[in-house]
Design a protein around this ligand. Sequence first.
Ligand SMILES: [Cu+2]
Length: 746
Amino acid sequence: MNGYQIIRLKVICIVFTQIYCFDNVIKPSCQPDEEICEFHWTVAYFQTMTVIPQNGKGSRAPVENVNGTLYVRTNCGSLENVREVTDDDYFVSGDGRLKFMFAINDQVPGPSIVVYEGQQIVVHVHNRLLMEGVSIHWHGLLQKGSPFMDGVARVTQCPINPGETFTYRFKALPYGTFWYHSHLGAQRSDGIAGALIILKRPQLPGIRQCKQNGFYFECNRYIHTSNGELCAGIKKTYDGSVIGQKGIQTPLINAKGRFHEPATNVNAHYLPLETFVITSRHKHLFRMIGIQSISTYRISIDNHKMKVLAVDGTDIEPEETDFVIIHSGERFDVEVLSNASVGNYWIRLEDLASQDIAGNPIAMVVGYGILRYDGAPKEDPVSSGKVCTERKPCRVVNCIFGTFPADDYTSCIPVSKLKSKEHELETNPVPVMSSANDMQEFFLSFHYSLPEDNPSMVVSTINNFRMILPTSPPMLHEADFVPETACPKEITTFASQCNHILKLKLGNVIQFVLVNVETKGFGRPHPIHIHGHRFHVMKIGFPKYDPITGNMTEMNQDIICESKNCDRARWADSSWANGNVPGMNTKNPAIKDTLILPWGAYAVVRILADNPGYWYMHCHIELHNIDGMALILQEGERSDMPKPADDMHFCGDSNNNQTIKPQIMVSAVKTLLGDATEKGLSTESKVSVPSVVGTIVGSVVITLSLVFNVISMIILLRRKLYTYHSYIPKVKLEQYQNEETIKLLK
Ligand SMILES: [Cu+2]
């Protein structure tokens, strides 16, 4: 079918380790000459370690380990009726423990979208959950002209409620490695996420052409409860910042891993690991995507070096390295030359939590994948990890701190040292301000804070504001959004819970100074993500470290903080204002959409305000985002922004609308009905004289109010003051308004 793509599951597997038939080789979803690439998705509940019946019908059956062999339990009440798992069985193993998750089309990772630059992506998302709403964000896509398709529930759209279908339509721009994920709760790391690869057009001259599209390499972590449940705070990394979480967490590649219990040293060796089969003496591209909720992974491949070619979808001058660190939301395109002996090699994902809370060294949790040369036996590798010595030190790209301990013999290449390719800067030049009048500078401090109503706990904030999402999406309003709860102007001791909105003037150069001066004991790196833009990483100002231990000893002093957590800040040297910060790379900085902000550091990033819309900006650690470490950028006036699609419906506090809209009447009727119900007017079991009288009175009130509303609208229509908003669902009109009203509105 033209322009229509059906995802097909490959159900024939060759080896045991490929029981879950996620094909890690990237293949285009549509042909280059097709204009539209269309997908149909259903979001539903999902369980790992359960087999989907081979004919696709009927109940799932649990998969269990019996003495190192996997069995399908065909009878839920008994272990007697079992059969061995075969290559035809399709199941998601996770780390071997059953877990209740979410999934799109029963796939984890979610179905991949692989399109060509400029194609229109159409995704119909049907929510078959029973209780939860969902929305899908297309991480890294600019959404120019389509900000209402950005997929942030309560910012750019209403959640897609159970039973509803929402259609996303947007251009596949720019090219590169991107991904998509749910933007509600912890659904992202609990299953609703996948790769979105935009391929360069084959005929583009002068830029890197991929002979192969590469492999999916989607990193996630697996915990045995919801990713929204655990508390942070019992493990630390080299600089002393807190990066661990309680509980078992298995790093996964493409949803595969092996549960390891340190206390008993039990390793689930019988489970499949993601295996990348490569040919010898070729270059192979791995598109690494950080789906994980909170963990920071250091990735390496035994006996192989890596060459980083792109960060967050943007080409950089290649950087050879032994390790790449990836945090939540980031992507790295990495090239590997297969120049080792034919064999199997471990791919390692090390969780960088290296110390307990007291600072004592602990073994890092490691997840594994397999790099298998064509012709090598289908068995686990026996290779050894990297050894870094004084004579042969290692390199790591994208540090979460400034330096490793001296005896690690590892040097950091921070993102601020990476250089963009020239063609990237031609299409996305470094924003430069001509005067102080065409720039805005915002200091944003990411930290934990105490809420006034419960000072015994900490909450996640930016500038001491804990983001409360609006009840109605600003992107769907006709006029400028008025915060339902405005943030205070003065510095407050406790966190303020409010709609944190920053207004950007269209055409301005925007310089964000991201600050992380968290109190010792709470400090941790935050991966900061901006929607609707790719920013230039002008500078990262690191703190001071102990060169022997790597511990952070003094926060960076370039910034003066007006409060303990830098909620109001300025440059220590006033001559640095107006964009004159020394040490910035103004020539060829890396361009990203998600950046690790190390503890004790600041980062200077720039965008050009050229994309009118409401854009979310937040820490990409799932718990921090849920907890309020977020804000909304209002870019331009509402009149500068595109109008929402016709079929987008409205939700939330309609009183915020500054034009008269049908929802106001809907709300009024709902309120009246609600009041009547509360007073027992419609409760059958409470029939009494007063209630009968109340029912009559209530009915009269409702009838009069409906008549009043109809008359009001007729008057308003005649005065041409009434605006009909086509994105209000008809079902609401039909449900709450009489025929005459509907006729008038049509
Ligand atoms: Cu964070």
